[in-house]
Write a protein that binds this ligand. Structure first.
Ligand code: C2E
Ligand code: CA
Ligand code: CA
Ligand code: CA
Length: 279
């Protein structure tokens, strides 16, 4: 029985059944997708609540499948992780995101930051820092325009290299954000131990604001904690005007969510940003 990640042992233990076959063929498809450049990045805007400006975008991976259409990351990133293909795909995401960022800066004539998701296996690859350095050198965007979103799983892992990798990335000048803050682990020691720049409040806590008292407490406390530690605080999954008002009232720095815009391909993003600057 081969392990395919959490909760999927049963499919393999039972032999190569339909589900197992499907996963294998997906892996083969993904290898081909990487060669045929079927992966695409969508971008979702992030707004600075202080200035009302869009100052950053998050790059979100999609798979433009020839038959299945646009496949969401939840359907294929676990397979990329498990097969090790995530290192090749992650490298591509970095290059594409930085190239697109350079293009955005050129076309808009103002700085724009791009946030890129980093998976644990990609982060732990001994060549990761070098690949970030190489991409920055090639695309010639200021290092501060690249933000790496890392999960609590990464900062909490018992790997001695984690600290030195984060320090090296910090020294390169790229920004480091903790993604899905509060969903993974209860320890907060990592917040003061590592050279972090931002903290991203998970969408599950933004849901139901301001009525949900538990979530309101968690969000308020997270913003307070982030500010006290000198971290920029971003809230994701902001869908409504009342959520936005709540976050603004509590001095959250940035918001991201459907209330501003859905993830979109680069040309649509450029249109979107031009539209906004006209109003
Ligand atoms: P995430 O990093 O938490 O990204 C935010 C997810 O929330 C995105 O889902 C986004 O489309 C969605 N979202 C944004 N605003 C709203 C909103 O207002 N309401 C709701 N309900 N959802 C909203 P998406 O694009 O399906 O990505 C899912 C996850 O896949 C991401 O979660 C991230 O963990 C992973 N992912 C995406 N792209 C990459 C990548 O390039 N590399 C890696 N390693 N992971 C990626
Ligand atoms: Ca993210
Ligand atoms: Ca830093
Ligand atoms: Ca999240």
């Amino acid at each position: 029985a081969k392990a395919m990640g959490k909760g999927e042992y049963q499919f393999y233990a039972a032999g190569m059944n339909a589900r197992g076959q499907e996963l294998l063929s997906l892996e083969t498809d993904l290898r081909r997708a990487l060669q045929r450049e079927e992966l695409v990045l969508y971008y979702q805007p992030q707004m600075d609540l202080g200035s009302g400006r869009i100052v950053a975008v998050e790059a979100l991976l999609r798979w433009q499948h020839p038959e299945k259409g646009l496949v969401p990351p939840s359907d294929f990133i676990p397979i990329l992780e498990e097969s090790g293909l995530i290192n090749v795909a992650g490298d591509w995401v970095l290059r594409r995101a930085c190239a697109d960022c350079a293009r955005l800066i050129g076309q808009l004539g103002s700085v724009m930051r791009v946030a890129v998701n980093v998976s644990p296996r990609q982060f732990n690859d001994p060549g990761f820092v070098d690949s970030v350095r190489r991409v920055l050198g090639r695309q010639r965007i200021p290092a501060g325009c690249l933000e790496l979103e890392i999960t609590e799983e990464i900062v909490m892992q018992e790997v001695s290299m984690t600290g030195s990798t984060l320090s090296e990335l910090d020294r390169l000048g790229v920004r480091l954000a903790v993604d899905d803050f509060g969903t993974g682990y209860s320890s907060m020691a990592y917040l003061k131990r590592f050279p972090l720049d931002a903290l991203k409040i998970d969408r599950t806590f933004v849901e139901g604001l301001p009525g949900d008292q538990g979530n309101a407490a968690i969000v308020e406390a997270s913003i307070y904690l982030g500010r006290k530690l000198g971290l920029e605080v971003i809230a994701e999954g902001v869908e409504t005007a009342v959520q936005r008002e709540f976050l603004q009232a509590h001095q959250c720095d940035l918001i991201q969510g459907y209330a501003l815009g859905r993830p979109m391909p680069l040309p649509a993003l450029i249109e979107f940003l031009r539209d906004i600057s006209r109003h």
